[in-house]
Each structure stands twice: as structure tokens, then as C-alpha cells.
Design a protein around this ligand. Structure first.
Ligand code: HEM
Length: 474
């Protein structure tokens, strides 16, 4: 029986093909794996029959290291019931060019964005990305495969990474590498380099995770993260239920922390915010306070644990709490975008699996660190996400929502929202902000200087993460 991709999956109750899939699908797709310490290897294959054979043998050997999702889910259960931590995560993906070098073009998945790749001139133009010659070195080249190696412990991640590297045959070239390093705030929540809790709001594909969300957080009555498998898993032929894997987006996004932090202060000055209310400036840019509290729910941070996610923008349709241009309102309007029915709007959401990179001497979450201690480069986010349809998920979100100055639809007479203040790429107009939380008509109008772009795309690529049985067949 083919897998029913129109609903989330109960992994404990799975039967037939769905049950078999749990031993064949790479982990990290349906549920994030811990990857506090992460190594990313970008690989290039050699253009010869011998090179193709060696690359295939390498991928085949790597299959024994790739953890199927069932093993990961069992490890999580064991850990939760007081047992030991899990084994390292190893994930493998191929680019469209990579399939070609293996002599497997005919088996390459069909998504048009995947086939074009991120370096394609049209893709670059559509996403308003910097020109490819401005990207960091490894991403300017044609990449054929990616291998991710992660673990909660640096020692385990490094040991596994060395084992993976030892499998590389001479004809498979290490084009480049990235090192991810997780950061946490005092509450133990994962944060990104601007100091905000990240990774909280995710589509959930397993009914067990949805149940956990309902029981152990603020609930699912307003925003239900339950998501059908077809938002992350690819079937071939389409709609057949014959799962073949998932598309994987990798983008290196450098963060200029000094510029962002300074702009937060200037915005607070401009809006004449005083005392702890000054934190609302950054909260309006992101849509959440640093501790993760959604600004549409509360005028101030806290309670932080568990971080709230059971909300939508119904009580804030005039954007007097969270501005339309706030990052999380632009990238998930939760049914309020105004251009599509809510159920269609949800189809653009993706499974984010990003990891921060770069080490800091200053405290990323600290508030009183002088601006000149804040990094201007060398740190950022290795944005990663699993998709079933790149054009309708990642690309749609970046191009139409984040970079789209007219999204979301605003009430008549209100100026356009402008770009996403965190990731928008393009020219940024001056913006309208609520002066006092929740008070209508208190925005200072269009005089406020545009919030600067502090995130720069340094390169990336689209990959496909196939089934283990595919890797073993090589
Ligand atoms: C949520 C930061 C890049 C899409 C968030 C949150 C933060 C954040 C702090 C709130 C935590 C949460 O709800 O999980 C950043 C930073 C980025 C970045 C600093 C770049 C350096 C991106 C990109 C995309 C994206 C490239 C997609 C194109 C989203 C989505 C959410 C989110 C969909 C969840 C919104 C929701 O469901 O409420 N991001 N992000 N982010 N981000 Fe980003």
C-alpha cells in the first residue's frame, strides 16, 4: 500500500509501505536531528567513467553511516525516558549535476528549480541574490554532493566527520566545507546571531510530535503545526505515494550583527521607546522578542518557557502589535496574507533545519555589550530546509513574500509593508510602525529611515536527499 502523503504520519502506528519507509528515509527530514556541532562537506565528482564508479562506491559505503528515520526516532524516545544520547547524524544529498556525473541523469528528480540549481542566472535574478562571482569560493563552482555530519558533542561529530572523510576516494574532490556551531541563551533555547530564539515554529509531520506540542507547550488550538507528508516528501510518479526523498536547500547567510544591533537602537530612538519597551523595536523587526515571545501576543518579553507558538494575526489585522514587515509575519502570515485561502497559504511553509556558524567573543544574547564588540562578518546562519516543491516553498517564500514589498495585503490606505526586515533582498522603503503596542494610528508614518539589510547571501545550492535503498543500489 503506497504511503498516504496527504496527512501527517504516526510512526508508532505505521504499517505497510509507511512502516517500511521509516527504515529507508534519511533522518532530519521528518524531525530535526541534534546537530549542535555540524560539518558540511561540499563535494565534486570527476568527469570520467572511473570517476563515476568511484563516486558511486563512495555513496554506497556512506549509506551504512546514514541513520534511517526510525533509528533516530527510537533514539529520541530512549533519551526522553532517561536513556543515553543518540548516535551522530549523517545526511547525503546530490545536485542535479551530481546525478549527471554519476551517469544517472534519467533518475534525477524532476523539480525545475532543482534542475536549474541556485547558481542559475534566472534563479539568482528571481531571488534577488548577489551575482555568483560575489559568492564565496566553493559555491561559485559546480557542486555535486553534500554530506552533513552532526552531533550534540563536538568529539562525536568530529570523529564521525573523520570517518566520512576517510571514505573519500581520490577522484571525489572536497570543494569546500562549513562548520556549524549551535548557540543557546540562558533559558537553553537555540538562538541565532542577532540573539533571538530560532527554530521554534516548524511544520510537524509526525502525529506524535503534534501530540507533544499540544500537551507540553501552549497548545495547537489557534495555530496547528500538523502538516501533511507531501509538504516535505517527494513521490515518483507524483501523487503515487512512492516516496523517493526530499529536496534540501542550503544557503550561507552572513549576519552583520553590529549593523543590525545599531539599527535596533536607532529604531527604538526614532520611536521614542524607553526602558524595557526599547526591546520592542527588535521584536517588531523579527516578530518575536529575543526570548521568542511573539510581539503580536504580548507587549513585552516572557514567559519564555515553553516559547509560545499557538497564535495567529487575527487579533492584529491592523498590525498595531506586529508590523506587516516583521520577519515571521512575512514568512508565515498564518492565514492573514490576504492573497490566498489560508490552506493554500500554508503550502509554502517548509521544514527549516538551519544552524548558526562562526564563533563569537561577545555574548550574542547579552544586551549591554558595546556595539564595537559586535561582529560585522564571519558569523551567520547556514540556512537549511527540506521541501517537496522548491518553487512553491523556499523560492516562493524568499521571492514573493520576503522580497515582495506588497506582501501581505494591507488595509486600504495603509502603505505597502516593504521587504522582510531580516532576509529581504532589494531596496528597502521607509516603514510604518506602531508607536504604542496595540494602539491604532500611532505609527510615525513614512518618515522612519529604512531598516538596513544586515544579512548577505554568500552562496548555496539545491540538493536531493534520496532514500538509503537508492544509495545502497549505487
Ligand atoms: C522564523 C531568524 C532566514 C523563514 C525565524 C525566527 C527567527 C528567524 C529569530 C523566529 C523563531 C521561529 O519562529 O522559529 C532568521 C535569521 C535568518 C533567517 C536571522 C537569516 C540569517 C530565513 C530564511 C527563510 C526564513 C532564508 C526562508 C526563506 C522563516 C520561517 C519562520 C522563521 C518560515 C517561521 C515563521 C513562523 O512560523 O512563525 N527566523 N531567519 N528565515 N524564519 Fe527565519
Amino acid at each position: 500500500m503506497p504511503v498516504d502523503l496527504t496527512v501527517p504520519l504516526s510512526w508508532k502506528g505505521a504499517s505497510g509501505d509507511a512502516d517500511a519507509m521509516l527504515d529507508d528515509l534519511q533522518s532530519n527530514i521528518l524531525k530535526p536531528c541534534v546537530r549542535e556541532h555540524l560539518h558540511i562537506l561540499l563535494l565534486g565528482f570527476t568527469d570520467s567513467p572511473e570517476g563515476a564508479a568511484e563516486a558511486r562506491a563512495f555513496l554506497n559505503a556512506l549509506a551504512s553511516k546514514v541513520k534511517p528515520v526510525r533509528t533516530h526516532l527510537r533514539e529520541v524516545d530512549t533519551f526522553k525516558s532517561g536513556g543515553v544520547g543518540g548516535t551522530p547524524y549523517v545526511g547525503v544529498g546530490l545536485t542535479h549535476a551530481g546525478y549527471g556525473k554519476l551517469g544517472l541523469s534519467a533518475q534525477a528528480p524532476a523539480d525545475p528549480s532543482f534542475r536549474r540549481g541556485m547558481r542559475d542566472a534566472q534563479t539568482q535574478q528571481d531571488l534577488s541574490d548577489p551575482a555568483v562571482p560575489e559568492w564565496e569560493e566553493p559555491y561559485r563552482e559546480e557542486i555535486h554532493a553534500v554530506v552533513l555530519v552532526g552531533d550534540a558533542s563536538a568529539t562525536a561529530a568530529t570523529a564521525e566527520y573523520q570517518l566520512v572523510k576517510a571514505l573519500l576516494p581520490p577522484s571525489v574532490r572536497l570543494i569546500g566545507e562549513e562548520t556549524g556551531l549551535g548557540m543557546r541563551n540562558a533559558d537553553g533555547d537555540g538562538i541565532e546571531h542577532f540573539g533571538y530564539v530560532d527554530g521554534r515554529s516548524q511544520p510537524l509531520f509526525l502525529t506524535e510530535d503534534v501530540d507533544d506540542e499540544r500537551r507540553s507547550t501552549d497548545g495547537t488550538s489557534v495555530w496547528n503545526p500538523a502538516t501533511a507528508l507531501d509538504r516535505v516528501l517527494v513521490a515518483d510518479p507524483p501523487a503515487s505515494g512512492e516516496v523517493i526523498g526530499s529536496y534540501f536547500v542550503l544557503r550561507k547567510l552572513e549576519q552583520n550583527v553590529r549593523v543590525f544591533r545599531q539599527a535596533e537602537e536607532e529604531l527604538a530612538n526614532e520611536l521614542k521607546l524607553v526602558g524595557s519597551d526599547r526591546d520592542r523595536a527588535g521584536a517588531m523587526v523579527v516578530g518575536r522578542f529575543r526570548d521568542g515571545t511573539p510581539v503580536t501576543l504580548q507587549s513585552a518579553a516572557g514567559p519564555h518557557s515553553p516559547v509560545m507558538n499557538n497564535f495567529d494575526y487575527a487579533s492584529d489585522d491592523q498590525a498595531v502589535k506586529c508590523p506587516f514587515q516583521g520577519h515571521i509575519r512575512k514568512t508565515n502570515p498564518r492565514g492573514s496574507g490576504g492573497f490566498e485561502p489560508p490552506e493554500n497559504e500554508r503550502e509554502h511553509l517548509m521544514a527549516r533545519r538551519g544552524q548558526t556558524y562562526g564563533e563569537r567573543k561577545d555574548d550574542p544574547a547579552g544586551r549591554d555589550v558595546p556595539l564595537n564588540y559586535r561582529p560585522t562578518g564571519g558569523v551567520g546562519l547556514l540556512f537549511m530546509a527540506f521541501n517537496s516543491d522548491l518553487g512553491n516553498q523556499f523560492e516562493f517564500t524568499q521571492q514573493r513574500w520576503a522580497n515582495g514589498s506588497g506582501f501581505p495585503r494591507v488595509p486600504t490606505g495603509t502603505p505597502e509593508p516593504g521587504l522582510d526586515l531580516v532576509i529581504g533582498q532589494g531596496s528597502r522603503p521607509a516603514a510604518v510602525w506602531p508607536l504604542n503596542w496595540g494602539e491604532q494610528g500611532t505609527g510615525p508614518g513614512l518618515g522612519t529611515p529604512a531598516f538596513p539589510q544586515a544579512v548577505t547571501m554568500k552562496g548555496g545550492e539545491y540538493f536531493f536527499m534520496p532514500l538509503l535503498s537508492f544509495l545502497r543500489s549505487l
